[in-house]
Design a protein around this ligand. Sequence first.
Ligand SMILES: C[S@@+](CC[C@H](N)C(=O)[O-])C[C@H]1O[C@@H](n2cnc3c(N)ncnc32)[C@H](O)[C@@H]1O
Length: 506
Amino acid sequence: ELTHTINLDSEIEHVRSKSKALFLQELGFAIHLGVPVVKISLTKKVNTQLGRLINEKFVSGFGSSFWITVPMVHPSQYSPICTDDEKEDSWEWWNDFRTYCNYDKHLGLVLELPDIKHIPLKNEIDRWIGEPVKALIIPTSYFLLNNHGKPVLPRAHQELIQRFLAIDVQYIIKSDSEGDLSVYTKYLHFLGKKLYVSEVNLEFVQGCEDFLQNPLQPLTEHLETNIYEVFEKDQIKYTTYQNAIQKALEDVPKEVAVPVIMVVGAGRGPLVQAALNVSYILHRKIKVYAVEKNPYAINTLIDRVQNEWNGQVTLINEDMRVYEPPEKADILVSELLGSFGDNELSPECLDGAQRFLKRSGVSIPCSYTSYLAPLQSIKIFNEIRNNRPADKTLRTCYETPYVIHLVNYYQIAPAQTLFKFEHPNWSDVINNESIHPETYTHEMVSWFPIVFPLQEPMKVQAGSIIEISFWRVENPDKVWYEWCLEAPMKGCIMNPNGRSYFIKKH
Ligand SMILES: C[S@@+](CC[C@H](N)C(=O)[O-])C[C@H]1O[C@@H](n2cnc3c(N)ncnc32)[C@H](O)[C@@H]1O
């Protein structure tokens, strides 16, 4: 930790020059020791010289990280003698500072916890969660003694700390007196275990937090068996499908002696199983077709037809857009959805497959909608710009969407609907390019969100409007999205003509 009195931005010349000498001396010693992190506090709004010197270190290959300490809530926020104009926002200090340093990934944030009377509002905490917070500073004076005489934190502090557990923070115990602090660290260790509740409480998503994944293209690239295995772990999805199939089958008139259910894009067969379960539950005979174009997944289906399904299912190893069935279906079941709803070309596939749905037939799903929300995340911004594959330009990286299990991010505003598709769609000319958005919020369960990057970070004032134009475009070979920022400032149109990212139709 660098000396607190270092003030590179002092208005007094000799303080500045002494500070600079001390700063360079201490930094030199840090380099000598090979410490991984140098911690320095921001104590005021203007930190231009400090930013300049640290940025200079970054660009000249300084190997260690800098952790910048600010109070989570600046005391002026609740001081009775400060007017609104005099109130300082420590997030703004941090934001200015990291902007000087071009959002360098070696810049971390350390937050001093406020006392119990000044815990920030949820929205402010959310904004901090989107930052690269590395540690929380907790003064020993915040601890109370429990019945056993051991230090514990009051509930409000526990709840505050709980919010930061997902982004894996460390704790710095600050004590005015010398002495053994292990009793505090033991308590915090215990607290971490007690409070940590994984948001998506499923083992298979752990370890991929904020990791960039390229969206799948199951239409043109055959999925591997381990990917099907991941799908199949999402039991809620299949239960929901089964309930929907049951409702749809109950609605098929009794005159239809053996209703036909076609599962299009059957994968390894979980939706076929769901259809057969419904037949069993309702004591109603059905005929099932499983259409799957992946020749490798078909092997599993062949095995299941023989060993589990008693020959009750007809397998078709074809693309649903060209398959010519011998009869029409009462119920068409599919799961062709990507993180952005239509981004695995469910609309194109189902528009092709609805030829074999009776006019009275039902498609499950009968509609799906994509949603868009603005978010900020320096972690993801840096992941994108620092991990450019050798065969791609940086522009390509910014013009590509990523599927991400988002953790270290801040959603700035509620999501709004973007594109909505309905099936079957019996209109003469099917236009899948867009539908007017309306406001909605949505909680994602089975799919990680998809992130469309912007190239430059941009400061948005609270209350201002963020407006995006978004297009879904297609030609005979591919579908792609283009997007651009309209407000608070105009941006260039990203991914024109699908030059960086597109979804192949064939
Ligand atoms: C997201 S997976 C779902 C698989 C399975 N229904 C499940 O829930 O586990 C989509 C499946 O649809 C298949 N598929 C995609 N487009 C297809 C098409 N045009 N014709 C036939 N199968 C298709 C893919 O190969 C993949 O197996």
